[in-house]
Design a protein around this ligand. Sequence first.
Ligand SMILES: [Cu+2]
Length: 155
Amino acid sequence: MKKIAFIIVATFIGGLIQPAIAGHHKLQKLTVDMATIRAPIPGHSMTAGFLTIRNAGKDSCTLSSAGSEFAEKIEFHTHQHVDGMMKMRPVESVEVAGNSTLEFKPGGLHLMLFGVKEGQAESADITLGTDNCGEITFNAPIKSIKSAPAKAMHH
Ligand SMILES: [Cu+2]
């Protein structure tokens, strides 16, 4: 009798836990790793941010906004070849396909931070908003990162 009761209880608990895990997964399918903000050049209020974002869900997530206390405004930027020159171009949204990882990196897709606060901050929290996957906040250390070649820095 004891064994049967145990099986019933285990099945009941299992039934409770599973939907909870599934629900949690739906909210937290985006994860951010390797986030950094390039330390702004003294006297400059603009800099770039880099990160790796992973979408563990099967549906794509569309990043539609970025914000931080550290900057007045954050845009998504890509690099594009225009007449043989690499130029940065703002994009309104960035799609992270299901079960995939997307890199924001020097010379490619990146976050552009405008109106950066002066001071000795060592890191800043950044929040990315999405159309369909909630929002994610992560902490990005502020580091000196070697600049991309000068021609890649034109806006
Ligand atoms: Cu840029």
